[in-house]
Design a protein around this ligand. Structure first.
Ligand SMILES: [Zn+2]
Length: 279
């Protein structure tokens, strides 16, 4: 079944990926992407895809691609339950766009190149095969979808929303820590006294930031969760999400989970970064 979605763009959160090293080839093939979206469903997802694949059957056909996407999504759903304690009941709509069409439609919506965003539905800049960056982006956007499903009226600060999504995306790729490039960037900025306090990253989205600021905002927010997982435990990250869904109160969720104030955790985080800064 085809559909012409999406008609409007209502941004809730987006994934910054190109700046962080993603290089999905755009327009490598032009056939197949016609603005008509194939629909396929699984237990927890409704998938629409329109990437430039000109065959439907076979190993490199669009059907196999859709099956692989749904497999990745269902696995991510189970991981989200295990790592974040989030298990949205309603099916999550995921739209995988052809890269060139995505750029044309949404490229001017953000101040920096994006690999995906959540606006009531997950939208990702697709490719003709499932690669690790696409897996990462899907994991990232699912976190936004899950929080929107669990806490539809709560506006979360971007450091939480994006930091957790980045952390979960990296874990979805099997990474436990920042990349060397990210760690180096963080450390260099820290040495120059340029890190943001979390309250400066508390807008609903990083979408309005200029590219350099957005890059730092995503890395720093991700690093905070990486720090919490390493210094305390990854289970605490799940506990804080569960507590947040229960109480609708972020400060309280951190206090209850970590037995200390968010501000104290933040101080520990900056001290940890500074301990690794070379003069
Ligand atoms: Zn995001």
């Amino acid at each position: 079944m085809n559909s012409g979605r999406p008609k409007t763009l209502r941004l809730m959160s987006l994934a910054l990926s190109v700046l962080l090293g993603l290089s999905v080839a755009a327009g490598a093939a032009s056939r197949g992407a016609d603005g008509k979206y194939e629909k396929r469903t699984s237990s927890h997802f409704v998938l629409h895809q329109d990437v430039a694949i000109d065959k439907t059957s076979g190993l490199r056909g669009s059907r196999r691609f859709e099956q692989e996407l749904l497999k990745v999504l269902e696995k991510a759903y189970d991981r989200m339950d295990a790592r974040l304690g989030l298990r949205p009941r309603r099916p999550i709509v995921v739209v995988v766009h052809d890269a060139a069409i995505y750029d044309r439609r949404f490229g001017s919506s953000f101040r920096f190149p994006s690999a995906g965003f959540y606006g009531g539905e997950v939208h990702v800049r697709g490719d003709v095969f499932v690669h690790m960056e696409l897996v990462r982006t899907l994991h990232h956007e699912l976190v936004h979808a899950a929080f929107h499903a669990e806490l539809p009226s709560l506006v979360l600060p971007a450091w939480f929303n994006e930091g957790l999504a980045e952390w979960f995306g990296a874990r979805g790729m099997g990474r436990h820590s920042l990349t060397r490039g990210q760690a180096h960037h963080l450390s260099t900025v820290a040495r120059d006294g340029g890190l943001y306090p979390l309250n400066e990253l508390s807008a609903a989205s990083f979408g309005g930031l200029e590219p350099g600021a957005a890059q730092l905002a995503y890395i720093e927010s991700h690093a905070f969760f990486e720090y919490l997982g390493r210094r305390y435990s990854e289970r605490k990250i799940r506990d804080v999400c569960r507590e947040l869904v229960r109480s609708h109160d972020l400060e309280r969720a951190f206090q209850k989970t970590f037995k200390t104030k968010l501000a104290t955790l933040e101080s520990g985080f900056y001290a940890d970064i500074m301990a690794n800064v070379r003069p």
